[in-house]
Design a protein around this ligand. Structure first.
Ligand SMILES: *Cc1c(COP(=O)(O)O)cnc(C)c1O
Length: 462
């Protein structure tokens, strides 16, 4: 029996959230064209749209906000941040950016400008876009177990496929591969972790071929916690030690501090190569701001310097990962089909299993998101036929994605398990009424299909 199995914090500041009636929510979602991105946040009771930039800061971080140094050059808060990052990640050269995608842009300018293939476990969209604009082709090489909505209990579904990596290098030649990126945890398949063994092996292969290795570190602390819990040889190590080892295998990292940095905005790019740093600095100067603030305010730099340490506290990580697991377990108990094991930052519901009678052309994931919102004011997000469909460039025919998922993302230090119970009860209720559910018709999608989920309009089918 564990006695201390609850939040490792008490609440000092509260933000009221509004409860609404089903009739009100039906009007709100109608007004929003049945797209939850177009709701006003105050029309939402429990917001599970994303874990990005939605964390609650601690009293220590808010105190940091008050002492943030807003100097244009040489801000004390920059040196505090640099010290935190050097200490936790081990990289000597640290450039702040306004958020993660700006670090992705700088990385693309360093490594993606001369064509070739950039290999990764699952690349994040913002880097993918920057790599393509710079002239390189991003290629995903996640292991098979990480690919499908099966319940294979593989503990590290974010791992890169080592055989595929070796074959690819042998086939195309190392000169065609300017960079390898490992994203920890793997955002693209639900925050699934990457093992230390996998990172070590990828690093050895990269080194043997002279290919640089970067880490996309947005959820590095959550990944380190999974390593501690699941990988042989790490149970007695601190998260700090695991983090230092993880980054020791890489040439640098990009970070969106809106995730494990426990702040609401910001990011950075790090390298161990002094010769690259002047280019990084000058790209930051023209796009972000002077090198010691990089698009962040002094108070945000200060809050991040503190958040980096809070993010690697084991008490906090245990609560964090357990809360996501709790949500998954309770949903599973009620029969809701989810992807197992749950990852670090949210639960993914298999919408095609949930609504087998609704074809992908009628958006079963979106239908679930809408019904969950109407039922309890819970805002999830569809990652399926609206978000990920493509068009055949020749015939114009829509190609639907393999997976039809709905993501329920858990913000850090924001909601309690009683909120999770609301989500479970609401979704279980939606599931019990699944047979009566009908799909939706897309009535507007905007000019770029890959971005249509943000602005799409729908009508319910009757
Ligand atoms: C969020 C995220 C990014 C982009 O960061 P922003 O701060 O949103 O610009 C890049 N990579 C991963 C893995 C992310 O989760």
């Amino acid at each position: 029996m564990k006695f201390l199995d609850a939040e490792p914090f008490r609440i000092k500041v509260v933000e009221p959230i509004k409860k609404t009636t089903r009739v009100e929510r039906e009007a709100f979602i109608h007004e929003a064209d049945f797209n939850v991105f177009k709701l006003r946040a105050e029309e939402v009771y429990i917001d599970m749209l994303t874990d990005s930039g939605t964390s609650a800061m601690s009293s220590a971080q808010w105190a940091g906000v008050m002492v943030g140094d807003e100097s244009y050059a040489g801000s004390k808060s920059f040196f505090n941040l640099r010290k935190s990052v050097q200490d936790i990640m081990g990289f000597p050269f640290v450039q702040p950016t306004h958020q993660g995608r700006a670090a992705d842009f700088i990385m693309s300018q360093l490594y993606a400008k001369n064509g070739g293939y950039i290999l990764g476990n699952l690349h994040f969209d913002s880097f993918k876009g920057h790599a393509e604009i710079a002239g390189s082709l991003p290629v995903d090489m996640i292991i098979e177990e990480g690919r499908t909505a099966n319940s294979n209990p593989h503990p590290f579904k974010g791992n890169m496929d080592i055989k595929k990596l070796e074959h690819f290098i042998a086939e195309h030649g190392a000169s065609q591969i300017p960079l390898i990126i490992i994203t920890v945890t793997s955002n693209g398949n639900g925050g699934q972790p990457v093992s230390m063994e996998n990172i070590r092996k990828v690093s050895a292969i990269a080194k043997a071929h002279g290919i640089p290795l970067m880490i996309d570190a947005a959820r590095f602390a959550e990944n380190c916690y999974f390593i501690k819990k699941r990988e042989l040889g790490y149970k007695d190590k601190t998260i700090h030690e695991i983090s230092l080892e993880l980054f020791s295998y890489a040439d640098g990292c990009v970070m969106s501090s809106k995730k494990d940095g426990l702040v609401n905005i910001g990011g950075f790019i790090c390298t161990r190569h002094e010769e690259l740093f002047p280019t990084i600095n000058q790209l930051a100067i023209i796009n972000e701001g002077f090198v010691t603030y990089g698009g962040m305010s002094g108070r945000d730099l200060e809050a991040l310097a503190i958040g980096m340490y809070e993010g690697i506290q084991e008490d906090y990580l245990e609560y964090r990962i357990d809360q996501v697991a709790y949500l998954g377990e309770q949903l599973s108990k009620r029969g809701v089909p989810i992807i197992l094991p749950t990852g670090g930052h949210g639960v993914y519901v298999d919408a095609q299993k949930f609504y087998p009678h609704i074809p992908q052309s009628e958006f079963p994931g979106q239908a679930m998101v809408i019904e969950l919102y109407k039922t309890a004011g819970v805002r999830g997000v569809e990652l399926g036929s609206c978000a990920f469909s493509k068009k055949d460039p020749k015939t114009g025919k829509v190609i639907f994605p393999d997976l039809e998922l709905v993501r329920l993302t858990v913000s850090r230090r924001v909601y309690t398990n009683r909120h999770m119970d609301v989500v479970v009860n609401a979704l279980a209720d939606v599931y019990e009424r699944r047979d009566q559910m009908k799909g939706l018709k897309l009535t507007y999608e905007g000019p770029i299909i890959s971005l249509r989920h943000f602005t799409a309009k729908f009508e319910p089918l009757s």
